[in-house]
Write a protein that binds this ligand. Structure first.
Ligand code: GTP
Ligand code: MG
Length: 205
């Protein structure tokens, strides 16, 4: 897919103030600092679109970006950034939970996972939560430029094994690097496929 235009539309903490639209929408979620905002910038080829930072907790709001005047990318705050918390449960304010559960045009949620780490309880719990709430998601392993391909293969195999303990089938899995742009075409093509499917389904309904 060619990205002709990507523009910031609105930030808020309230689903009722998100753009009123039936255009397809894709959200990016995962632990703080995993690279959500960077991935949005990589996909849209615009380093300044979403704000990134080396310090966790940069993104605090629901941020809508309109791409090609045709679909939305949504940057969300990270979970697991509660310094004092001993619990591993994903923690966030209610507005994100509401957004994920109630946003009708949200077609897919990309769950970002740091490819350098062994399976993290917090990510597994979040994906289970998505399952319970019937929220369609895909897994995106980020920062693959930061480890060797053998370490990467090992981590991904371990992750898949862990997931298959609770899931009958795995969701789509993507490997990305916002530094090298690895994975850009695959993620964009996947979005395009869903967009096309959605527009046919809407036409027929
Ligand atoms: P919050 O908004 O705080 O939840 O974080 P985020 O998930 O949006 O992460 P962000 O995109 O701000 O990136 C966090 C840090 O990781 C920044 O210093 C990025 O430059 C770095 N980073 C993100 N993606 C990659 C990647 O693919 N490769 C490398 N080497 N660094 C990355
Ligand atoms: Mg961010």
């Amino acid at each position: 897919m060619i990205i002709k235009k990507a523009e910031f539309i609105i930030s808020n903490t309230d689903i009722s103030k998100c753009p009123t639209t039936s255009l397809p929408e894709y959200a990016f979620i995962g632990r703080s600092n995993v690279g959500k905002s960077s991935l949005i910038n990589m996909l849209t080829d615009n380093k300044k679109l979403a704000k990134t930072s080396g310090r966790p907790g940069k993104t605090q709001l629901i941020n809508h970006f309109l791409v090609n005047e045709d679909w939305y990318l949504v940057d969300l705050p990270g979970y697991g950034f509660a310094k004092a918390s001993k619990e591993s449960r994903f923690k966030w304010t209610k507005f994100i939970e509401r957004y994920l559960r109630e946003r009708e045009n949200l077609l897919n949620t990309f769950v970002l996972i740091d490819s350098r780490l062994e399976p993290q309880k917090i990510d597994l719990e979040f994906m289970n939560w998505c399952g319970h709430n019937q929220i369609a998601f895909s897994m995106v392993f980020t920062k693959i430029d930061k480890l060797s391909s053998s370490a990467l293969q090992k981590n991904i195999a371990q992750y898949k094994k862990e997931m298959l303990k609770t899931w009958e089938a795995l969701p789509p899995v993507f490997l990305t690097s916002s530094e090298s742009k690895f994975g850009r075409e695959k993620v964009l093509n996947y979005i395009q496929e869903i967009n096309e499917f959605y527009s046919k389904a809407t036409l027929n309904s």
